[in-house]
Design a protein around this ligand. Structure first.
Ligand code: HEM
Length: 195
C-alpha cells in the first residue's frame, strides 16, 4: 500500500524487477571491482591480508571506488539551486556517483584507493529517502565473498586484459581473467574469471 492505495500489478512487477536488478548486478560488480582494485594496489591487498578485520572498512572503500551505480536521473519538482547552479522545476538532472565519490571537498586524496579510509562518507548507495534498500545486505555479501576468497587462495594473479561493461548506468567488469593460487593445503592452481 502507498498512501493507502494498493499497488497496481504493473507497479508490483516493476518493483520485483527493480529489486532483482538492484540486488544482483550492483553487488556482483562491486565485488569483482573490489578484487580488481586490490590486485591493482598490492600494498592495499597486503594490508588486508595482514589484518582481515580491515575488511569492514575495505568494503566501504570498495563501494566508493568501484561505483557500481554510475548515474541516475532526477526531475526537479521545484525551482532549486545546487552548488550555485540554478535548476528550474521540471528540469532533468543527472547524478554522477563516481564524480560525487571523488569530490576533493569530501575526501582526502579522492583518487587513492585506501582500504583504511575513515570516515568514508561515500554516496555509492545514494542518499536521502531513496537510499539503497539493500545496502547492508550488499556489504555483508561483499565481505563474506571476500573473506572466502582470501582464505582459500594465497595468491590471485591477473592473466589477461580487463573488459568493462559499456554503460553509463550500472557498470562493472565484463571479463577479467585471473589465476587463483590455492592455499598450500589445497591442490593445483585453478584458472577462473572474475565476473
Ligand atoms: C554494492 C551494491 C549496491 C549498490 C552500489 C547500490 C546502489 C544503489 C543506489 C545508488 C541507489 C539509488 C538511490 C537513489 O535513487 O538515490 C539504490 C537504490 C536501491 N537499491 Fe541498491 N545498491 C546495491 C545493492 C542492492 C541490493 C543487494 C539490493 C536488494 C537486495 C538493493 C536494492 C535497492 C532498492 C530496492 C533501491 C531503491 C530504493 C528506493 O528508491 O527507495 N540494492 N541502490
Amino acid at each position: 500500500m502507498v498512501n493507502e492505495q494498493p499497488l497496481t500489478p504493473s507497479q508490483v512487477a516493476h518493483n520485483g524487477v527493480q529489486l532483482m536488478l538492484a540486488g544482483f548486478e550492483t553487488t556482483r560488480n562491486a565485488f569483482s571491482g573490489g578484487v580488481l582494485a586490490l590486485l591493482e594496489h598490492p600494498e592495499q591487498m597486503a594490508l588486508l591480508r595482514e589484518d582481515p578485520k580491515r575488511l569492514r572498512l575495505a568494503v566501504e572503500e570498495i563501494v566508493r571506488w568501484s561505483d557500481p551505480v554510475i548515474s541516475l536521473m532526477r526531475v526537479a519538482t521545484a525551482d532549486t539551486e545546487v552548488g550555485g547552479k540554478k535548476i528550474k522545476a521540471g528540469e532533468r538532472v543527472l547524478l554522477w556517483f563516481p564524480s560525487a565519490n571523488r569530490d576533493s571537498e569530501a575526501f582526502d586524496e579522492p583518487y587513492k584507493f585506501d582500504i583504511t579510509r575513515h570516515p568514508n562518507l561515500h554516496l555509492g548507495f545514494g542518499a536521502g529517502p531513496h537510499f539503497c534498500l539493500g545496502g547492508p545486505l550488499a556489504k555483508l555479501e561483499i565481505r563474506l565473498a571476500m573473506e572466502e576468497l582470501l582464505e582459500r587462495y594465497d595468491g590471485i594473479e591477473i592473466t589477461g586484459p580487463v573488459e568493462r561493461v559499456q554503460s553509463s548506468f550500472v557498470g562493472g567488469l565484463k571479463h577479467r581473467p585471473v589465476k587463483l593460487i590455492p592455499h598450500a593445503i589445497n591442490s593445483r592452481p585453478a584458472c577462473q574469471s572474475l565476473r
